[in-house]
Design a binder for this molecule. Structure first.
Ligand SMILES: [Zn+2]
Length: 368
């Protein structure tokens, strides 16, 4: 058994984590300051609520892609994730949701847990597609009900300025679905109205939303002024570090996502993102016109990026694990304490992953 600096729900402990049947049963040791030793770090596994793909595969490719994607992300420390669909024709979305509904019941060995689905579109503003294909349309309850019957949808990204969407945000958030504002040209007032109706987060804060002008604060202004939770992509390409710091001061439970595409964990080249072909080069993924099209970010790199811009390791971890779990209302993930799932990552002192554990299943990369 290895001795670690374990980040527990009550701070750093130098000692040992014990687990049984996939759950943490004990953390033995004493409080410590990791600066006083050279032991590895043991952090809660990362929880990524915005994953389109990885390892060359895209969620929209359906069942044959899920194993590869969840296996790829686990290697980078993501122990649980939301499979994220793209804006597409209804029948394509339904086909993928049907397959995801089945996949969510299982967790193949060596794969991250799929907690459910993040539906990113089609209920977004056609004028703010970002890299989403142009199949955006107004949400109708009947269509949403069809989707909800196919898979455990936990998060829906929606543009609040489309007629009828504020009412839908109210109805669906009352049923426990996290309604997120994104791919939107809405005003500040529409953002505030959506929050009042029950919207609870913002999709990739800053990207694909009306910006903040001091006389027209936009959706971004609504987020910075009122939000408790918001997603952010910390690849340092999508958002400038200064803007990340501003958001950290404004939004208490800002959490990180990758918005990762098929190109994640793969060499430079061409990949599919929904129905788009995208190119990976220079650390980014872009459409032919240069628009950023998701990322190749992994959660371990997100951790290193947050530390690089000045966050303490414990806080960086919180924004990659505990806050996303809190957002979904999961008390047994995103933190290391007795009763939690034994989901954890071990990192060396340069913050490179050497081992991952998901629900008690250990993967060791030390000699990989
Ligand atoms: Zn996305």
């Amino acid at each position: 058994m290895l001795e670690d600096n374990i980040l527990t729900a009550h701070g750093w402990v130098r000692g040992y984590l014990r687990h049984e049947n996939g759950k943490v049963v004990g953390i033995e040791g004493s409080p410590c300051n990791p600066a006083d030793n050279d032991l590895p770090y043991l952090l809660p596994g990362f929880i990524d609520l915005h994953v389109h793909g990885g390892g060359g595969k895209d969620i929209m490719q359906g069942a044959q892609a899920f194993d590869t994607i969840t296996r790829t992300h686990l290697r980078f420390g993501t122990t649980a994730l939301l499979a994220t669909t793209m804006t597409a024709p209804n029948h394509d979305i339904s086909r993928v949701l049907g397959a995801l509904g089945d996949f969510c019941q299982t967790r193949p060995s060596g794969c991250a847990r799929v907690l459910g689905v993040h539906l990113e579109g089609p209920f977004i503003n056609p004028g703010k597609l970002g890299a989403q294909p142009n199949f955006a349309h107004t949400a109708l309850m009947a269509e949403v009900e069809d989707y909800l019957n196919l898979a455990p949808i936990k998060v829906i990204t929606i543009a609040p300025e489309i007629a009828g969407h504020i009412e839908l945000i109210g109805t669906l958030s009352a049923r426990g679905i996290r309604m997120q504002l994104g791919h939107t040209l809405g005003s500040y007032e529409e953002g505030v109205a959506a929050l009042d109706a029950g919207a609870s987060s913002f999709t990739h804060l800053y990207n694909a939303m009306s910006p903040l002008h001091h006389r027209e604060p936009g959706i971004l202004g609504a987020a910075l002024a009122h939000a408790r939770f918001a997603e952010l992509i910390p690849d340092l390409l999508h958002v400038h570090p200064g803007a990340i710091r501003a958001a950290l001061r404004a939004i208490p439970c800002l959490y990180c996502v990758t918005d990762s595409t098929a190109a994640t964990g793969m060499p430079d080249g061409e990949y599919q993102l929904g129905s788009h072909t995208v190119t990976k080069c220079l650390g980014g993924v872009r459409l032919a016109d240069g628009t950023l099209a998701g990322s190749t970010l992994t959660m371990d790199q997100a951790l290193r990026n947050l530390v690089k811009i000045g966050l303490p390791l414990a806080e960086a971890s919180q924004r990659l694990s505990q806050f996303p779990a809190d957002y979904l209302g999961l008390e047994d993930r995103g933190r290391l304490q007795p009763g939690s799932w034994a989901d954890c990552v071990r990192l060396d002192r340069s913050l490179n992953i050497t081992a991952v554990m998901v629900e008690g299943e250990a993967l060791d990369f030390q000699n990989a």
